[in-house]
Ligand binder design. Structure first.
Ligand code: GLU
Length: 447
């Protein structure tokens, strides 16, 4: 049986680093096994789901290079959920309940105050036909609960190892709301069964759902898939990410922090695993290195500063051909390999290219403290063509002529040539600035 996984976001907000890590791990698992990856929009919560969020999720995954082989939208599949609900009713596994939300919360509060787990007491199972007729006569509409078997539920989790739940410790879940709408606990199982999902890889916040859903798979006569529940990311201080969801959205990492997709993928593929975090240039490398056995049960910490450092390291190692199209897309049309190699050691984000592009291709106001010195240096500039050896030959001549050396020699030249205190190596920058601009800047002119 070939591996089939799915990433099933609810399009109720922006994708954040925690969600996208699960997408990536599913994708890597599928690609490693030569299997398929389904993108499924869990959009049955019609009040909170928005098409623009669904589009945003697709755009974020595409940006990261996580292509999907199949696509599904739960809101297209209500007929299938109705069929499944009918089958469960026919098998006596789905029963109508009439408690209002207030009645249920009173029951829960009372159990909790007695120190007991808030498990539904199944009082609806004791209703007679006459009781139900009376309640419906009062205008109450039923919601429907799945009747769990009070037997142990067990599975071997690919991350957590053997997991065991006592059936009696679980509460019969509501699968159908009183307005007839099916809930995630049911829809997800129906979809996973229909799409022949072999491995459900999701966050550990779903472990208790899995215990319940395994019984639903069985009640529907479907094969129970394998499971991997990954610990959820926290921030560097160990706090859940939920409070910072906006700032840690994939969109803001891309648009505000200038993070490259492979920096994010390199971090998220390795965070919480036994592998070291290193920049990787392609997803193929991450596929080759991926193994679910490397994923630890310990809580991984997401640190934006670590991601930024990794982003810089990635850029420093990126060959020109790999960024050419993106630079072009950002409007740096004349960028060539020589420019890229000169400036990349000084980049933290790709947006920093703009500053160095203007140093080599746009007028710069030079910083001149000792005009006599820089003018003398200008007079010693050799004729073009220039290459990486020009800087050494020229500064040697300036040293001979002026007696200056070290910082005294180099720093005023950098200030005049670039208008900046720091920057890429001048032996690489000088040929890109060119003789005409260099002479004028050394003479104190904006050029
Ligand atoms: N829509 C669910 C969520 O975002 C999917 C969980 C699952 O993978 O089954 O939590």
């Amino acid at each position: 049986m070939s591996v089939a996984v799915r990433f099933a976001p609810s399009p109720t907000g922006l994708l954040h680093v925690g969600n996208v890590r699960l997408a990536l791990v599913n994708w890597l698992f599928a690609r490693k096994a030569g299997g398929s990856f389904l993108l499924r929009m869990d959009d049955t919560d019609e009040e909170r789901s928005k098409p623009e969020y669904a589009q945003g999720i697709e755009a974020d995954l595409t940006w990261l290079g996580l292509s999907w082989d199949r696509f599904a939208r739960e809101s297209d599949r209500y007929a299938r959920y109705d069929e499944a609900a009918d089958a469960l009713k026919a098998a006596g596994r789905l029963y109508p309940c009439y408690e209002t939300a207030e009645e249920l919360s009173l029951k829960r509060a009372s159990l909790l105050s007695q120190g007991r787990p808030p498990i539904y007491d199944r009082s609806a199972l004791r209703l007679t036909d006459a009781d139900r007729a009376r309640l419906e006569g009062e205008g109450r509409k039923p919601h429907w609960r799945f009747k769990l078997e009070h037997a142990p539920v067990e599975w071997t989790d690919l991350v957590r190892g053997p997991v065991h739940f006592e059936g009696t410790a679980l509460s019969d879940p509501v699968l159908i709301r009183e307005d007839g709408r099916p809930l995630y606990t049911l829809t997800s199982v129906v979809d996973d069964a229909d799409f022949a999902i072999t491995h459900v890889i999701r966050g550990e916040d779903h472990v208790a759902n899995t215990a319940v859903q395994i019984q639903i798979w069985q009640a529907l006569g479907a094969a129970v898939p394998g499971f991997a529940h990954l610990p959820l990311l926290t921030d560097a201080g160990g706090q859940g990410l939920s409070k910072r969801l906006g700032s840690l959205s994939v969109t803001s990492l891309r648009e505000e922090e200038g993070i490259q997709p492979m920096a994010l993928a390199s971090l998220l593929a390795k965070l919480g695993t036994s592998d070291a975090i290193e920049p990787r240039l392609t997803l193929d490398e991450l596929v080759a290195e991926f193994a679910m056995e490397k994923v630890s049960r310990a809580t991984p910490k997401f640190d934006l500063e670590e991601l930024k450092r990794l982003n810089a390291r990635l850029l420093h190692a990126t060959p020109f051909e790999a960024v050419r199209a993106e630079l072009d897309g950002r409007g740096f049309h004349g960028v060539d390999a020589a420019f890229w190699e000169a400036v990349r050691p000084n980049l933290e984000t790709l947006a920093d290219v703009a500053a160095w592009w203007s140093v080599t291709h746009a007028p710069v106001a030079p910083l001149v403290e000792d005009a006599a010195f820089t003018q003398a240096a200008a007079g010693l500039l050799p004729e073009e063509p220039w290459d990486a050896a020009t800087w050494g030959a020229w500064t040697n001549a300036v040293k001979q002529a002026t007696g200056r050396k070290g910082k005294e020699l180099f720093h005023p030249l950098r200030l005049a040539l670039t208008g900046r205190e720091h920057g890429p190596e001048l032996k690489n920058l000088l040929p890109l600035i060119g003789r005409v601009r260099a002479v004028r800047r050394l003479n104190g002119e904006t050029a």
